[in-house]
Design a protein around this ligand. Structure first.
Ligand code: PMP
Length: 455
């Protein structure tokens, strides 16, 4: 594309964008600052409508663009599939790409998860998982009346009504619609900072005890499922205490509750293993995935379970028109092929560890940096106004640091008290080093400008 063409189409795009409804931002923000329109991308870099090229450390904002921009192999696979057979399927009908992908997924997922149903994204995956859990308990006769679902504070499981009902994130939750009945929330494990000032292990026990109390309060016969993310995104990559998930698994077994693991963000190598569940030492009953499954090229998600549960459902009462769409499945198969061929899961693990150490060396001692944590290519820097008490900033300091990093040419994601960094798995050592340098400078600049501790 010539520079002149880019300029013309950028002007057109800005005019056209006035017709969009922008999610997650107040309207005044768009009116004051205008939209950011990404015009083109190549590898790790993206160019906006002003012609500014940036290092994208957020995998296309969504954390889904796990193989970077402009991947011709994926585009070709989608093209080839489109002109051969685009069909998705329902009832007895399916397509060969969906069948191949289902078989392939059973190889790369942990434990005995070997039955698959597809969706177009993460929220649909949550809805589908909840329906599998309830229909299994009902149709197998194990718990015919169970409909309740327990999830955790700060959870994100999606924006559609069932998924929203187990989501605790004000940006999407603070709406007037009533929630689906029977959903409740329990404490979520956090290591660096919790609301009660408890040490890690005591707080982990509180979270587990809270879950058991809630199960009893709701009546175990009525509780169908517990859903959680292996590592929560809220306030930046929360790695739970080592015993937490094993104790949750034991409680679910004790009360016959389906354990749904939401790996929509963490799946497909993001945390240094194909799925984060592998790092927890437990097996979920149902596992959800989306995002990096199509590397941002195709909207696709999946819900997996094991034979006993799939076969316990004699008639699955559920359908989505585009579930198992052949073009999306072809894209996902190519994504998996590339990840295996390039050994990108190992890269995420090895480079992720080195990168975390490099960040700790570069700015871990800065007075406003409280914690640097994460796994693989999912890292977070949690900020504090006071290192001793670990108090969070109550103003917009964290957002200002992310904004400064963007001015310096690196896209990162502020999330509550932290900045989240989730690069594509193709990021090189040099890309990670560039990000570390930009973050060091952004932190120093904002701290100096705002006269924060130590400056
Ligand atoms: N679950 C988790 C853990 C997520 O991070 C997300 C998306 N941020 C969703 C579900 C919902 O996915 P989608 O936006 O594709 O509907």
């Amino acid at each position: 594309m010539t520079t002149q063409m880019l300029r013309n189409s950028a002007r057109d795009a800005e005019a056209d964008a006035r017709h969009l409804i922008f999610p997650l931002v107040p309207r005044e923000d768009i009116e004051a600052n205008g939209p950011s329109i990404l015009m083109s991308g190549s590898g790790m870099r993206v160019t906006d409508q002003h012609g500014t090229t940036m290092l994208d450390m957020m995998s296309a904002t969504t954390r889904a663009g796990s193989l970077g921009y402009g991947n011709r192999e994926i585009a070709q696979a989608m093209y080839d599939q489109a002109i051969t057979m685009h069909y998705s399927g329902a009832g007895r009908n399916t397509n060969a790409a969906a069948a191949r992908l289902a078989a392939k997924l059973t190889e790369i997922t942990p434990g005995r998860l070997n039955r698959v149903t597809f969706t177009s994204g993460g929220s649909e995956a949550t809805e589908t998982a909840l329906k599998i859990a309830k229909q299994y308990l009902q149709q197998s006769g194990r718990k015919p009346r169970a409909f309740k679902v327990i999830s955790r504070w700060s959870a994100y499981h999606g924006a559609t009504m069932g998924a929203l009902s187990c989501t605790d994130w004000l940006a999407v939750r603070d709406v007037p619609d009533p929630r689906v009945p029977g959903h409740s929330f329990v404490a979520n494990p956090m290591r660096y900072r919790n609301s009660y000032g408890l040490d890690e292990e005591s707080y982990s026990d509180v979270c587990v005890a809270h879950l058991e109390r809630q199960i009893l309060l709701e009546d175990p016969e009525l509780v169908a499922a517990f859903i959680g993310e292996p590592f929560q995104q809220a306030n930046g990559v929360q790695i739970p205490m080592p015993s937490y998930w094993k104790k949750v698994r034991a409680l679910c077994d004790k009360y016959g509750i389906m354990l749904i693991m939401d790996e929509v963000i963490t799946g497909f190598g993001r945390t240094g293993t194909w799925f984060a569940t592998e790092q927890l030492g437990i097996e979920p009953d149902i596992l959800n995935m989306a995002k990096s499954m199509g590397a941002g090229y195709a909207p696709i998600g999946a819900v997996m379970t094991r034979d006993e549960i799939a076969d316990g459902i004699s008639h699955f009462r559920h359908v989505h028109t585009y579930a198992g769409h052949a073009i999306c499945c072809a894209a996902s198969l190519k994504v998996i092929e590339i990840m295996e061929r390039e050994r990108l899961v190992e890269t995420s693990d090895v480079l992720g560890q080195q990168w975390q150490r490099a960040m700790k060396d570069a700015f871990g001692n800065h007075p406003i940096v409280g914690d640097i944590r994460g796994r693989g290519f999912w890292q977070a820097i949690d900020f504090t106004a006071d290192k001793a008490s670990r108090a969070a900033f109550t103003d917009d300091t964290v957002v200002a640091i992310a904004r400064r990093a963007r001015e310096l040419g690196v896209i990162v994601g502020p999330i509550g008290t932290a900045i989240e960094i989730a690069p594509a798995l193709i990021a090189t050592r040099e890309d990670l080093a560039e990000c570390t340098r930009a973050m060091a400078q952004a932190i120093a600049d904002v701290a100096r400008h705002r006269d924060l501790a130590g400056n």
